[in-house]
Design a protein around this ligand. Structure first.
Ligand code: NAD
Ligand code: UD1
Length: 312
């Protein structure tokens, strides 16, 4: 199988590249390197084709999808906070970029597009755990943009026959996740704080919860979604998570005890657009795709702490 991974130089994308190569696939990457890093692909550099380009350009997308059977579309500006500060910037990459990929994929006869969606689309709906058939309630421009990508994909599938699967990732962590950007995710920020001895900030009371999920579980889910029979996967949406719910205070406590470091956090006001609780029901992906997460939270945190710090 020849696959394109958009956003392949990013955190999750680079793990998917690694897992795709391990399955014997030919791998092409389209990435603008805006938040991704060449260093993430260094170990695989000789075995992949890297196209530096931008999903906002239809021409770049068209060149990248040519000859590919499957497209994993992960390129995006993945921060809630960034989308609150620059909604049109997030829209251009996350929405227009997705339509460009879908249009190129359809025109070039790609069989299936597997799309990186987000649990943020559930917003603050009170029901927990979140099931795929719950009405979406996006609270941030980022969440709205990820939902728009799902809707476009399903529309292309319904009206043009392009196979499309949306995978709603919950909070993903693991090696190669960038701690340095102002929009970094909380686990690499906490680990970086413990490594450098600078107290991290917890926004709000720290009792907000997330379904923290180790990254190799996600790469495995994406590969299964790409290969599942069309009647089980195409036009469908699946949660990708562990099915648990852990507070930020607990995550920080666990990281301190696993690393043997005590460093009290500083508390600050909650962030605008922040979701209070998030937890997935993962039974749909188990039933339809036969996927189940293999690495649990504590083992994932241990593996992440043991990995080298992410480099630019
Ligand atoms: P990341 O920032 O590490 O990866 C995104 C990649 O996309 C980067 O390599 C970046 O350079 C590339 N990119 C950005 N804009 C681009 C453009 N205009 N053209 C081409 N490439 C571009 O982030 P990640 O955490 O690996 O996220 C990957 C995907 O997963 C995103 O679609 C994100 O919305 C989704 N997601 C992530 C999480 C999470 O917890 N990390 C949760 C839910 C969904
Ligand atoms: C994350 C992803 C997003 C994804 C979503 C749903 C990132 C950057 N964002 O958003 O792409 O769609 O999950 O799966 O990976 N916090 C602190 N201190 C910090 C940083 C964050 O307290 O220094 C708090 C935040 O306010 C939030 C929680 O930690 O309550 C998680 O934040 P973050 O890691 O940014 O993830 P989400 O906003 O949940």
């Amino acid at each position: 199988m020849r696959v394109l991974v958009t956003g392949g130089a990013g955190f999750i994308g680079s793990h998917l590249v690694e897992a795709s190569l391990a399955q014997g696939f030919e791998v092409r990457v389209l990435d603008s390197l805006v938040t991704g890093h060449l260093a993430n692909l260094a170990p695989f550099q000789k075995r992949i084709v890297l196209q530096k380009g931008d999903v906002r350009s239809l021409e770049d997308c068209d060149r990248a999808v040519r000859g590919c059977d499957t497209v994993f579309h992960l390129a995006a500006l993945p921060s809630v906070q960034r989308s609150v500060e620059d909604p049109s910037g997030s829209h251009a990459v996350n929405c227009t970029g997705t339509v460009n990929i879908l249009e190129s994929a359809r025109a070039r006869g790609v069989r299936r597009v597997v799309y990186a969606s987000s649990s943020s689309i559930y917003g603050d709906s009170p029901e927990l755990p979140k099931r795929e058939d719950q009405p979406p309630r996006p609270l941030s421009p980022y969440a709205a943009s990820k939902l728009a990508g799902e809707l476009y994909g399903r529309a292309f599938s319904a009206s043009m026959g392009l196979e499309f699967v949306a995978m709603r990732f919950f909070n993903i962590f693991g090696p190669r996740q960038d701690p340095d950007s102002p929009y970094a995710a909380v686990v690499p920020i906490f680990i970086h704080a413990l490594r450098t001895g600078k107290a991290p900030t917890i926004y709000g009371d720290g009792e907000q919860t997330r379904d923290f999920t180790y990254v190799t579980n996600v790469a495995e889910a994406l590969l299964v979604a790409a290969q599942a029979p069309a009647d089980k996967a195409s036009g469908k949406v699946f949660n990708v998570a562990c099915g648990g719910r852990t507070s930020l205070n607990t995550i920080y406590e666990t990281l301190q005890s696993l690393s043997g470091t005590r460093l009290p956090a500083v508390y600050a006001a909650a962030r605008t657009g922040d979701v209070r609780h998030s937890q997935a029901d993962i039974s749909a992906a188990k039933a339809a795709l036969g996927w189940t997460p293999r690495v649990g939270l504590e083992e994932g945190l241990r593996l992440t702490l043991a990995a080298p710090a992410a480099t630019a």
